[in-house]
Design a protein around this ligand. Structure first.
Ligand code: PLP
Length: 416
């Protein structure tokens, strides 16, 4: 007899914090498992946005009036909250952007264009999101730098032996995703950063899928750049963070010109503001940044250790459940994974699967997950992906499994 998979006791129950989850979808209880794409927002974050517009809205850094100073204070406090969240040494090391993509483009166009020349090597991993590939291709085309790729093993881990052989004194830059959005693999970034530093390369960590799921200490990691998006950590869309070591950031030229990033301007030439203002041209997403700080505080209040333990329990439970089903292939079985379950069900196209699950109110993602080279590596067009957040429960996993079984029946591939 097959042992039943025991449903563990719930460690965290935060569903009630998120108003949208009370809204039925297609007449069903919403089972939101598309957190890798974007997370839902807690009431504290939603209310902070309307509170800002009701009580604090003004442009920052320019006004002499009370409201402008108040909005500036809130914006500046958000930088302190973010600095503390990432354990950065200095406030000036935090630049607000519109998201991970924007942060990476900033590094590529500012640091990359200023520091890369023909023959220099950029090392990226085979599991990068397109946003950590395409900007480097554009910079490589302009500078003559060459992109090298760290291969991915069959279980979805990086081939560290191959990584070591790729590194040389030609390597000027290494870009590594902290947690793969397509596989859930948690990469051994501390070790990989140290290896890159031994050849003098600068290292960017793409933390888009990491910061909401695990504690990040940029000083301990010793990374040169760390980036993430607000919307994947319960904050607003259109907000993002770039952390860079102060000396590195201070030496970087601006890449966007405009108001707020200058010291003096004449028609002959301009001089630029110190960092981080040098990289925040124009009116930023003031409300978004203020609200992002609320999202970071929410995560800290719940506790990243508690979140990580909760999501790990969900992942283990879901992996065990899917493991008992015939016709399911898990894509990405690394020893160290966070919150993402990528899979194929018989020969059902992931998009069809996603559409069928949606009828049951189960929201998953289907496709290449903006990681086409990785899909090519596995010889598949895409996967179905369930990704977990603080508000998910074992009931959500049960709903996913029940809906998957229904889909198999519908396609005539059920084993019962
Ligand atoms: N990097 C990773 C690993 C991601 O998962 C994503 C989004 O899915 C991005 C970068 C891009 O983030 P954004 O679209 O918020 O800029």
């Amino acid at each position: 007899m097959v042992e039943p998979i025991l449903k563990p006791a719930m460690q965290l129950d935060r569903r009630a914090d998120f108003p949208i989850l009370a809204q039925p979808v297609r007449g069903q209880r919403l089972v939101y498992l598309d957190n890798g794409a974007t997370t839902q927002k807690p009431a504290a974050v939603i209310h902070a946005e309307s509170h800002f517009y009701e009580h604090s809205n003004a442009n920052i850094h320019r006004g002499v009036h009370w409201l402008s100073q108040h909005a500036t204070d809130l914006y500046d406090q958000a930088r302190v909250v973010t600095q503390q969240f990432l354990h950065a040494q200095r406030i000036e090391e935090i630049v607000f952007t519109s998201g991970t993509t924007d942060s990476i483009n900033l590094i590529a166009y500012s640091w990359g264009m200023a520091n890369l020349t023909a023959g220099d090597e950029i090392v990226l991993t085979g599991m990068e999101h397109h946003s950590n590939i395409v900007p480097w291709q554009l910079v490589a085309q302009k500078t003559g730098a060459i992109i090298k790729v760290v291969p991915v093993l069959d279980n979805g881990e990086l081939d560290l032996t191959a990584y070591q052989t790729l590194l040389s004194n030609k390597t000027k830059f290494v870009g590594i995703v902290h947690v793969s959005n397509a596989l859930g693999t948690v990469n051994p970034i501390a070790q990989m950063i140290e290896m890159a530093h031994q050849v003098g390369a600068k290292v960017l960590i793409d933390g888009a899928q990491a910061v909401a799921h695990t504690e990040v200490n940029v000083q301990e990691l010793d990374c040169d750049f760390y980036v993430f998006s607000g919307h994947k950590i319960y904050g607003p869309t259109g907000t993002g963070v770039l952390y860079a070591k102060y000396d590195l950031l201070d030496a970087m030229p601006p890449w966007k010109g405009g108001g707020d990033m200058i010291h003096t301007v004449s028609f002959e030439s301009s001089t630029y503001a110190p960092v981080p203002q040098r990289f925040e041209a124009g009116t930023p997403n003031i409300a978004g940044v203020v609200v992002l700080a609320e999202a970071l505080k929410y995560v800290q209040t719940v506790g990243l250790d508690a979140i990580a333990a909760h999501e790990d329990a969900l992942l283990r439970y879901a992996t065990a459940q899917l493991g008992t089903m015939k016709g399911i292939t898990l894509v990405g079985t690394a020893a160290n994974k966070a919150g993402v379950l990528s899979f194929l069900v018989d020969d059902i196209h992931p998009h069809d699967l996603g559409t069928i699950l949606d009828m049951d109110g189960v929201a998953i993602r289907a496709g290449h997950h903006c990681a086409m080279p990785l899909m090519t590596r596995f010889g598949i067009p895409g996967t179905a992906r369930a990704s977990f957040a603080v508000y998910n429960s074992f009931d959500d996993v049960d709903a996913l499994v029940a809906s998957l079984k229904k889909a198999q029946k519908l396609f005539g591939v059920a084993d019962e």
